[in-house]
Design a protein around this ligand. Structure first.
Ligand SMILES: *Cc1c(COP(=O)(O)O)cnc(C)c1O
Length: 463
């Protein structure tokens, strides 16, 4: 299996090199040359199997020669051993035809653990085999950073540097990044927005001298291996509500488009998904784009669902690649427009493709809070603000007779203020994290400046 760039101007790579490289040299994102498929019989056979077994069957074709079957099974087992729920991604009914899939039972209480824990295992295996050491730099709107730190802390051949927007992540999110004491962990608070952090990251990768000097690697949601790991729970949850006999829809609280794009890959693999619903908060650039065909930046306004506060939705590029018949030049053109003018327009053909798979909707702040309140009253479930955004939009887009699964992307205790305001209940952290507020913090504050960032990363690295 080879991976190609969405901008069409990079050499195809193996899974191993794709994972270690992250962003393609032409600025594009890697995608599989051809998506492997599973038959209805293959999918039916997943019923009653463990999460790990389904994970093996879904992901095996993507990793090619990088691991043997036995190695890959071992890596999957280690990745999910630290999850608190035996089914890893349990589903619960919250209304008539409405379900949630709980993706927050991993070590940092958000869905990012599903991909990051596996990536940690895969990186360690591959780097040990190669005898190499790398520097992982990630930009985070909150949850990616802690997930990366949890996955890589203490590993011998990795430094992990995480940039987050100072003052714009929740206290739990910040503490999860700043309290690990491992010396290979470097939390960096940047005076800027998440999009600034993400832009600095892209610029670091574009600086080939720096990239080679520190052996830069990315684990942001642009990394193909993350998308791959997220495909698995679409299968486990769809099968649990009747796939492949029934068609199933998913509603996904969306920011960088990584999670929902994994759903698109599941559909390409043969999972009978009816609609993929993009749910956005007040930062609704994707929803406006689906409505109008114009992707137009309008500035980010901080919300109570901060992990979705972005307007450069990196993985949307992968959706655009498919919508343009996998034409890398067309995608490169749109991205150049975005860079130069802050917007791009999508052709009618490409919009028709997008609309044939995706619906979209938006929940503003008041609606999000009201949905947390209503969900508790109707189902007894306390949900985080991101999940509430999803549940509101799921209600708008539901169709009779097609189950709708909303991805519950974070634990409510990660966003206690918003949850308490909406429900009067203070969501407790799970026992294993109960002392989070007492642990001491370690963080480097940095101005919104690429030069200073590079300097600090050079300095912090363990050589
Ligand atoms: C990252 C995140 C999202 C957005 O996921 P994308 O893959 O970036 O679209 C939604 N909710 C939570 C809690 C997250 O951490």
């Amino acid at each position: 299996m080879k991976y190609i760039s969405t901008r069409g101007r990079s050499q195809p790579l193996s899974f191993e090199d794709t994972m270690l490289t992250g962003l393609a040299p032409d600025g594009g994102l890697y995608v599989p040359e051809a998506v492997p498929t599973l038959s209805a019989a293959d999918i039916s056979a997943m019923e009653g199997q463990s999460y790990e077994e389904v994970a093996f069957r879904v992901m095996r074709p993507f990793v090619g020669e990088t691991f043997t079957d036995e190695e890959f099974r071992t890596l999957i087992a280690s990745a999910y051993a630290g999850f608190e729920h035996v089914s890893r991604a349990p589903i619960k009914q919250v209304g008539d035809g409405q379900w949630i899939c709980e993706l927050f039972h991993g070590p940092t209480l958000a869905f990012k653990d599903f991909a990051m824990q596996l990536i940690g295992q895969m990186f360690q295996h591959v780097l040990t085999r190669r005898g190499e050491r790398i520097t992982i730099v990630g930009a985070t709107s909150g949850d990616t950073g802690s997930a990366a730190i949890e996955a890589f802390k203490g590993l011998d051949n990795v430094d992990v540097c995480i940039l987050f927007p100072h003052g714009r992540v929740s206290e739990v999110q910040r503490r999860q990044m700043t309290t690990p004491s491992d010396t290979n962990v470097h939390a960096m608070a940047v005076d800027g927005t998440f999009d600034d952090c993400q832009r600095h990251l892209k610029d670091m990768f574009a600086d080939h001298a720096f990239r080679d000097e520190v052996r830069l690697a990315a684990v942001n949601s642009i990394n193909w291996a993350r998308v791959m790991a997220q495909v698995v729970y679409y299968f486990t949850s769809a099968v649990a509500v009747g796939a492949p006999v029934r068609r199933v829809s998913f509603c996904v609280p969306t920011g960088n488009f990584g999670d929902i794009f994994a759903g698109f890959i599941a559909k390409e693999m043969g999972l009978p998904i009816d609609r993929l619903v993009i749910a956005t908060n007040q930062n609704d650039i994707l929803h406006r784009c689906l409505e109008t065909g114009a992707y137009t930046k309008a500035g980010v306004r901080p919300s109570i669902s901060p992990s979705m506060d972005i307007e450069v939705s990196s993985n949307f590029e992968r959706a655009l690649f498919w919508a343009h018949g996998r034409d890398g030049d067309a995608v490169a053109g749109l991205m150049a427009d975005l860079n130069e003018t802050g917007e791009f327009g999508i052709s009618d053909n490409a919009m028709a493709h997008l609309r044939s798979h995706y619906d979209s909707g938006m929940a503003d702040e008041a609606t999000t809070k009201a949905t947390i309140t209503r969900t508790l009253a109707q189902s007894g479930e306390v949900v985080c603000p991101h999940t509430a955004v999803g549940l509101h939009v799921a209600g708008q887009c539901a169709k009779q007779d097609t189950p709708m699964i909303t991805l519950a992307t974070a634990h409510p205790a990660k966003f206690p203020a918003a949850v308490e305001e909406a429900t009067g209940l203070h969501p407790a952290l799970p026992k294993r994290m109960a002392d989070l507020y007492d642990r001491s913090e370690r963080v480097t504050r940095i101005s919104n400046d690429l030069g200073e960032l590079k300097h600090i990363i050079r300095e912090k690295r363990i050589l």
